[in-house]
Design a protein around this ligand. Structure first.
Ligand SMILES: [Mg+2]
Length: 509
């Protein structure tokens, strides 16, 4: 331990109040985050310039147990389809497949497909129900005409809340494919959507979660530490959530109260609380705020909120009257690529941080497969060089063939003809070797991809390209990380620098 560390520790013992002491202790011991807990930077961001940080709640601060949450919604929604929407009882035998549903996927509600696209709108993988489509089937469905992902035919899976719907849609499509009498795929999707929506709308899902919080929501003391650290230097923190007051209060009390010494109430962490915010409209429209009392009852309607209050509804414009600063001094942290990140980005100069929980597992697997990934890169480069060699020889043969025709080669030119024949044989052998190499590369690619997710591979990549989701993260999130608590590893004035934003041609430098 250095003299500086000893000095810091002596100061801690004497001066720091309990919560701050924990914070400082952690700062001294955790200098570097583990690789899978790092904050990644798409656009340089100096935290020193950020005066206000807004946080979403669900799947952002509240980092739910993904499978437990999705299974609960899946089972409750299937029951609704059977008992309220008139679907056959057989659908209740459906099994939730946690590996199958992922965000970033696309539903084709005309054809009953679940797809994954790359950033060029090329469909790289597709399942009809639970059946994987081969290259020929995918090609006939999705490569004859351009695809318009924003058309009504396609539904983009934006959030982790939508994972049960993906599973229900593909499960019902599979049963329809196998002969069960069900409505057309579009109706199946809309009924599924309505069943899940009604669970959120009438509070039945939330009441089950609140009744058994430890089952659905892990408690992470580092989350409170991260918020305490981010609030240093008089920076103000805001909670801006679409959830209602009663649910927000229940979740935050469980997540924060008493989780650190001296942290008696979660309200102490936030300078302003906005519930039922109605994002993405919060960022786009002009809507008044409703001030709530501590019981969540409406007191009055206002256009501009005040510090310390609890509000419902509202909009970014009204909030900016209170913040009274350029938008680039506000950082918004959320998990919804559209509702939180894209919407705020398109309608303001707020900076953005996206929480992508899946990143942590993906990085863990990638680390275990480092040797294979290096081998894959070398192999791809060798394949290109090898292919180029074959192309050259192929052209030489074509040239020789043309010359032999033009010169009307006679039997007297036997040596010339023999060398052409040898070249043909050599080329055939090289093509066989190239094919074997391509097969080997394909197997390696599949092994890596399957280790990340057996159905869909990487969330951020599709083949060698970025996935559609990966490119959206790239385009709209200034920062991205797997959990809010990862900010506890960084100083409150940290300079998040872009380390590389390279284009393809830079790889030859
Ligand atoms: Mg959210």
């Amino acid at each position: 331990m250095s003299h500086l560390d000893l000095l810091d520790r002596a100061l801690l013992e004497d001066l720091a109040p309990s919560t701050q002491k924990e914070l400082l202790e952690q700062a001294l011991t955790d200098h570097q985050p583990p690789d899978n807990r790092r904050v990644f930077v798409n656009r340089t961001l100096r935290m020193e310039k950020i005066r206000f940080i807004g946080f979403d709640l669900d799947w952002t601060l509240a980092d739910y147990h993904q499978t437990a949450m999705s299974e609960l919604a899946f089972e409750l929604a299937l029951e609704r389809l059977a008992h309220q929407f008139g679907y056959p009882e057989e659908i209740l035998e459906s099994k939730f497949q946690s590996e199958f549903c992922r965000r970033g996927l696309m539903l084709d509600i005309e054809e009953g497909m679940v797809l994954k696209m790359n950033r060029h709108r090329y469909v790289g993988r597709a399942y009809h129900g639970r059946r994987f489509l081969d290259n020929t089937e995918r090609s006939s469905l999705y490569r004859q005409e351009p695809i318009y992902p924003s058309s009504k035919r396609f539904v983009f899976v934006d959030t982790l809340f939508e994972l049960p719907e993906v599973n229900m849609f593909s499960e019902l499509a599979e049963r329809k494919r196998n002969g069960l009498e069900l409505p057309d795929y579009g109706t199946i999707y809309r009924d599924t959507r309505n069943a899940v929506d009604s669970l959120h709308g009438d509070g039945s899902l939330k009441s089950k979660i609140l009744a058994d919080l430890p089952r659905y929501l892990p408690r992470d003391p580092k989350l409170a530490l991260a918020l305490e650290r981010l609030a240093l230097g008089d920076r103000k923190l805001l909670l801006i959530t679409n959830s209602e007051w009663y649910y927000t209060e229940g979740l935050c009390t469980y997540l924060f109260d008493g989780v650190l010494p001296g942290l008696d109430s979660w309200r102490d962490l936030f300078d302003l609380v906005i519930v039922s915010s109605g994002k993405p409209n919060f960022f786009k429209k002009s809507i008044p705020f409703k001030r709530l009392d501590d019981q969540g009852d409406e007191v009055e309607e206002v256009t501009t909120p005040r510090w310390g209050g609890i509000y419902s509804g509202g909009c970014r414009g009204g909030l900016m009257h209170l913040l009274d600063c350029p938008g680039e001094q506000v950082l918004y942290v959320g998990d919804h690529i559209y509702g939180d990140i894209l919407s705020s980005k398109m309608s303001s100069t707020w900076r953005t941080a996206l929480v992508v929980r899946e990143l942590e597992d993906e990085l863990t697997v990638r680390k275990e497969l480092t040797a294979q990934q290096r081998h894959q890169l070398v192999l791809r480069s060798e394949l290109v060089d090898f292919g180029q060699r074959i192309d050259d020889l192929d052209d030489i043969l074509l040239l020789l063939e043309r010359l032999s025709k033009e010169a009307a080669v006679t039997p007297g030119n036997g040596a010339y003809l023999q060398s052409m024949e040898r070249l043909r044989d050599d080329l055939a052998t090289l093509r066989q070797e190239h094919k074997a190499m391509r097969k080997h590369a394909g197997r390696l690619q599949r092994r890596i991809s399957t280790a990340i997710n057996s159905f869909w591979g990487s969330l951020f990549k599709q083949g060698s390209n970025k996935s559609l989701f990966g490119s959206q993260v790239d385009d709209f999130a200034c920062l991205y990380t797997s959990r809010v608590s990862n900010f506890s590893y960084y100083g409150s004035k940290h300079y998040f620098r872009v380390l590389q934003d390279s284009m393809m041609h830079e790889s030859v430098l």
